[in-house]
Design a protein around this ligand. Structure first.
Ligand SMILES: [Zn+2]
Length: 97
């Protein structure tokens, strides 16, 4: 069994580029982190992303610990870093039809 068999049915972290690109001025997919649970280093693009409802949940490719969650609503974007409490809410630019 390889790592892809352990956590099937996910996208890679590039799926987060759209919603996070609305609030970050730099490409967020190149952000680096070390998992606090298994100490595996990875970029945001390497995370395993599940969703889309009720939001996108990105998990460590090594141990599946929650790295972040993103929920978009009209006018707002909620960003939760890690698996604990403490989400950040960002205002989203209004998109005109
Ligand atoms: Zn991990």
């Amino acid at each position: 069994m390889n790592e892809h068999d352990e956590h099937p049915l996910h996208l890679d972290g590039n799926a987060l580029a759209g919603p996070l690109g609305e609030v970050f001025l730099v490409d967020p997919t190149t952000a680096w982190r070390r998992c606090p649970s298994c100490l595996r280093p990875s970029t945001l693009a390497e995370l395993h992303v599940y969703g889309p409802e009720p939001g996108l949940t990105a998990r460590c490719p090594g141990c599946a610990a929650v790295a972040l969650r993103v929920v978009t609503q009209p006018g707002h974007l909620w960003l939760q870093l890690g698996g604990g409490a403490g989400a950040f809410r960002f205002s989203r630019p209004r998109i005109m039809p």
